[in-house]
Design a protein around this ligand. Structure first.
Ligand code: ATP
Ligand code: ZN
Length: 226
């Protein structure tokens, strides 16, 4: 169980952000004993509980005030913020620190054989993505009439499967795109991991003091790695 006096931090249970986020907590002196299957992990030396969840859930947990802090990729954070604003849900948060891992870009890629002469080539096309709000915002900015088709997985096979004409997905090396006969054309968002917190006006003095003690240690760890 969690105790409301303990600082609650959401972290991705298993994925690309998990190890680096846990390593950062350990590097700033938070001792943790994590058991693989469990949703909750307690710190043995600080008043901190970890909530281990899917990264998709982290922005909402912070914005709804269920947790105090969360480690999340800016791509997921921005997408969820737009989604929540669109449905009238609370979408406030503060970025406590920008971090040095989880770097990637959200890009539009098209099949090698598709003629492409710039964004206007996407006019009237269907683009598969897990980030429909970021993609729609980009289409509006670019004045393009195209359709975002939401897929939660296997986005890169959508063109071959005839589900979409192009895709918009996260890229780091580009190897997955290449393996699927796709070419990266437009970067629409650049992302890194961030540590976010709920609006500080909602935090107790005790929790705020703990955050103020730990945050400078993050700066120390980031600086030492430069
Ligand atoms: P979950 O099961 O938690 O929902 P997921 O499959 O959505 O996991 P991951 O693939 O673990 O998520 O990616 C989590 C985050 O890692 C991404 O949202 C992004 O911020 C970051 N990331 C960094 N590089 C990449 C990459 N090459 N591909 C995908 N995500 C990346
Ligand atoms: Zn996810």
């Amino acid at each position: 169980m969690t105790d409301s006096k303990r600082l609650r931090i959401a972290v991705q249970k298993s994925g690309r952000l998990s190890d680096d986020s846990i390593a950062l907590l350990k590097a700033i002196g938070v001792k943790l004993s994590i058991r693989d299957r469990l949703l909750i992990a307690h710190s043995t030396n600080e008043k901190i509980d970890l909530l281990r969840v899917r990264d998709d859930d982290i922005p909402g947990l912070v914005m709804d005030g269920v947790v105090d802090l969360g480690f999340i990729g800016e791509n997921e954070l921005e997408e969820k913020m737009l989604e929540r604003k669109a449905s009238g849900k609370p979408a406030d948060y503060e970025v406590l620190r920008r971090l040095d891992y989880g770097g990637c870009r959200l890009s539009i890629a098209v099949p090698n054989e598709m003629p492409y002469a710039g964004v206007s080539s996407l006019e009237g096309k269907r683009v598969a993505t897990t980030y429909p709000f970021l993609l729609e915002r980009y289409f509006i900015e670019q004045n393009i009439n195209a359709k975002a088709v939401m897929l939660t997985g296997s986005v890169e096979v959508a063109p071959r499967a005839g589900v979409a004409d192009a895709i918009c997905d996260l890229v780091s090396t580009g190897a997955t795109l290449e393996a699927n006969g796709l070419e990266e054309k437009e970067v629409i968002f650049r992302s890194k991991a961030v540590l976010i917190q709920r609006k500080d006006s909602e935090l107790s003095d005790e929790k705020q003091a703990l955050i103020e003690r730990l945050a400078p240690r993050i700066d120390g760890v980031l600086l030492a790695k430069e």
